[in-house]
Design a protein around this ligand. Structure first.
Ligand SMILES: [Zn+2]
Length: 293
């Protein structure tokens, strides 16, 4: 992404922001958010407002039915918050974003900044995905819990995971990641997730030896496992290192920025990290986010 200076030059005022949102929302022309028709009429007296005749002269604006609706914050502020989130590869807390925007955290209302961050993360959840292809790695992990538990889990595998939240993910080595919070890492959950997210025509499906993956070879995946318990980490193309680096990015991000995360917000952080990862080569990740707001 561009530097902050370049970003400020790209969006110097509210009108420029509205034009950018309009273009991202309706790349093929303005449509009524209620009925979807393009037979809408721009209000001459009010820029960025339209009327929809089929909806009984329903009036809507460029921010209607977006996350930007019902806040008193100008798009300029929203855009800056979104920019600060998108450039932080390791994540950035709402408090840190708030400080960057306003200086002292107690001179402006921090709750609004927190709310904006949460809404932006929710928008990042709106990714449509196609089933993963190529060489795919699937792995489960546990996120959250206190520092005490982290150390315990390092010493003794399996211990200290009680307060942690299980998460499953699949990553195409040259493509996208899909991950989600799960209730538990049992065979049914893992198998369902793989069937939902991974194409049956992959070249390779690599996992560790977790017994929950044992039915995948019947399913009909070219499934290979790597024997972590025997100290085996790479066997030719068979490894899970790509998804493991993604997990460590999330874990370091969450521990470093938020210290801990609850079940309620974990899906939003997963969405944020996945969105940044999946758009790592997208030269205009910002407009991509706008189109989902
Ligand atoms: Zn309509």
């Amino acid at each position: 992404m561009e530097t902050l200076d370049a970003f400020d030059r790209r969006f110097p005022d509210e009108t420029t922001c509205r034009l950018a949102l309009q273009a991202a929302r309706w790349p093929d022309g303005v449509r009524c958010p209620q009925c979807g028709t393009d037979k809408v009429y721009a209000l001459k007296s009010k820029p960025f407002y339209w009327l929809c005749k089929p909806c009984g002269n329903h009036r809507f604006s460029v921010i209607s039915d977006t996350i930007f609706e019902n806040t008193k914050k100008p798009l300029l502020i929203w855009f800056k918050v979104a920019y600060l989130m998108l450039i932080a590869k390791k994540g950035r807390s709402a408090l840190e974003i708030h400080r960057t925007m306003y200086g002292d955290p107690f001179t402006a209302d921090y709750h609004t900044t927190w709310y904006m961050c949460t809404r932006l993360r929710a928008a990042m959840r709106n990714q449509e995905w196609i089933k993963l292809m190529g060489d795919v790695e699937v792995d489960e992990t546990y996120i959250g819990g206190s520092n005490k538990n982290r150390h315990a889990s390092k010493k003794k595998a399996g211990k200290g995971t009680a307060s942690k939240i299980p998460v499953i993910g699949a990553i195409a080595r040259k493509g996208n990641v899909v991950c989600q919070m799960i209730e538990n890492a049992d065979t049914e959950t893992l198998t369902k997730f793989v069937r939902k997210t991974v194409s049956g025509r992959v070249d390779l499906l690599a996992t560790d030896e977790h017994s929950g993956y044992r039915y995948l070879k019947w399913a009909p995946y070219p499934h290979e496992t790597i024997g972590h318990s025997q100290g085996e980490y790479v066997r030719g193309k068979v490894h899970t290192q790509t998804i493991e680096s993604f997990w460590s990015l999330i874990k370091r991000g969450i521990m470093g920025n938020y210290h801990q995360v609850s079940k309620r917000y974990l899906p939003l952080y997963l969405a944020e990290f996945s969105f940044r990862f999946n758009n790592r080569k997208n030269p205009d990740i910002f407009s991509e986010l706008l189109s989902r707001c």
